[in-house]
Ligand binder design. Structure first.
Ligand code: AMP
Ligand code: ZN
Length: 474
């Protein structure tokens, strides 16, 4: 089955055809590690994880590259303001390296808790300054740059396709109101490739370069690192929709100015998570982290479940009501799976990767699931397929489980770990269970049943299995 996916470049759903058969090169813009990721950022990483898992499900070998921005991302994407990490370090009284290290670890702890697969390559900006300098040299050699006020700029007037991704109308914008504070720019959309002059002190983060001692602009890191690990042309580039007009637009200009050819084939962007109609921005100070949800008693996987319920191209409005619904649904799902596990015993084919028979009833659900996930990544419908499968009374527990596990390769809900809620057994209950056992041994089934009913009223179910009595919550 082929994936069909919405390409921001061209704004239409296209069939995905990789450059190299069976392989996918995929780059996702990573975190700027000056603070914890907020749950909006995490929604984007979950969406990217779903895309990657879908590709893997379809049999592609995915090389997934993600950067970690530990230098150069200013508080404003358009070259204004201060380096986010330097600002955070000053405010917290730590070194820039300590800040970057701390929040990088925090980021991967979050993604691990959300069952997001780790990228094949994680690359830090500060460890790739030479690659950035080399790429800037290529751009300069091809005539796309100018020096002004000590900084090296990208001259967008030299790049005819500028703004194609975002459908920018440059004439309109030029005539319009947005006036850059940076007077060195010939055009407000020109952007810095290399800074040597800035309003702020950058003691710890300065590197030598042909343009003077300084530091790279933010956009160049993604072009340089993606090309280093995926080549001058690759398949998929992702991020949140906010990156379309500036960051990704500039990444394309840099890469294509250097190589003279098309860079990325598919641009895939995730919509925002919004809090009461407003964009959730880290810089606004008031934002929710995964830890803040955990403090409120949620499991990180409840948040993953919430995100699975919305299509990646639709805005998702966050609320605690929606979180509660997601939690309840996920708990019900896990309980159902745990019960199926008990009923099915060892007979679960999917665990070993076996596919259901094409003629079988369960196969229909898997077929529908595959159709949905490959139609522009319709995960909400895929999740509905899983529920429909579980509700079908004509399918055996083992068959249900095997297909559920196959679907979970994409959904990533950790279904295999499902366990029935633990029951706490106090002394009195223990005694009653023993008494019932003795009654059964005497063949006093009337008493045994009476005890069983008594326990049921207390919310405890006893089940006689070949391995002995099992106790679970009613
Ligand atoms: P940043 O750390 O700011 O570079 O952002 C990391 C990722 O999160 C990027 O792909 C952004 O596009 C994305 N992002 C930022 N805010 C949100 C939001 N409210 N909802 C979804 N994604 C977001
Ligand atoms: Zn990027």
């Amino acid at each position: 089955m082929k994936l069909r996916i919405f390409n921001t470049m061209g704004r239409r759903i296209e069939e995905f055809v990789p450059i190299e058969d069976k392989k996918v090169g995929m780059y996702t813009c990573g975190p700027t590690v000056y603070n914890y990721a907020h749950i909006g950022n995490l929604r984007t990483y979950i969406f990217e994880d779903l895309l990657r898992r879908t590709l893997e499900y379809l049999g592609y070998r995915v090389k997934h590259v993600m950067n970690v921005t530990d230098v150069g991302h200013l508080t404003d994407d358009a070259d204004e303001g201060e380096d986010k990490i330097i600002k955070s370090a000053r405010e917290k009284g730590k070194s820039v390296w300590e800040i970057a290290d701390f929040y990088t670890r925090a980021f991967f702890r979050d993604t691990e808790r959300l069952n997001i697969e780790r990228p094949t390559v994680v690359c830090r900006a500060t460890e790739h300054i030479d690659d950035m300098i080399n790429l800037i040299k290529r751009i300069e050699k091809n005539g796309f740059t100018y020096m002004a006020g000590g900084n090296l700029y990208f001259d967008i007037s030299k790049f005819p396709g500028y703004g194609k991704l975002a459908l920018l109308n440059l004439d309109e914008l030029k005539a319009g109101a947005r006036i850059s504070i940076d007077e060195n720019k010939k055009n407000p959309h020109d952007f810095v490739l290399w800074f040597t002059k800035s309003k702020f002190e950058h003691q710890a983060m300065l590197w030598d370069s042909p343009w003077g001692k300084g530091y790279p602009g933010w956009h160049i890191e993604c072009s340089a690192m993606s090309m280093k690990y995926l080549g001058d042309q690759f398949d998929i580039h992702c991020g949140g929709i906010d990156h379309i007009p500036v960051h990704h637009t500039n990444e394309i200009a840099q890469a294509e100015a250097a190589t003279g050819k098309k860079w990325v084939n598919y641009w895939v962007h995730g919509e925002f998570l919004v809090l009461s109609k407003e964009k959730m921005a880290k810089s606004a100070g008031n934002y929710l982290t995964l830890d803040s949800l955990i403090e409120k008693g949620y499991d990180p996987m409840d948040y993953r479940y919430l995100c699975l319920g919305a299509h990646y191209r639709s805005q998702l409005q966050f609320s605690y009501e929606a979180m509660n619904t997601a939690r309840n649904a996920r708990l019900a799902l896990m309980e159902r799976i745990a019960r199926l596990k008990e009923e099915a015993g060892e007979e679960v084919k999917g665990e070993k990767g076996g596919m259901p028979e094409r003629e079988s009833a369960e196969y229909r659900y898997l077929e529908s699931f595959e159709k949905n996930i490959t139609e522009d990544l319709n995960i909400p419908r895929g999740l509905a397929d899983l529920w429909n499968l579980l509700k079908d009374r004509n399918i055996s527990p083992g068959a249900k489980l095997s297909v559920a596990y196959i679907m979970d390769r994409v959904l990533g809900l950790r279904l295999k770990e499902a366990k029935l809620p633990e029951v706490e057994i106090d002394e009195e209950t223990k005694e009653l269970i023993e008494e019932r056992k003795r009654a059964r041994e005497r063949r006093d089934y009337a008493l045994a049943d009476a005890i069983r009913n008594k326990l049921k009223d207390r919310g405890i179910l006893l089940e006689d299995t070949p391995d002995g009595v099992k106790v679970r919550k009613a």
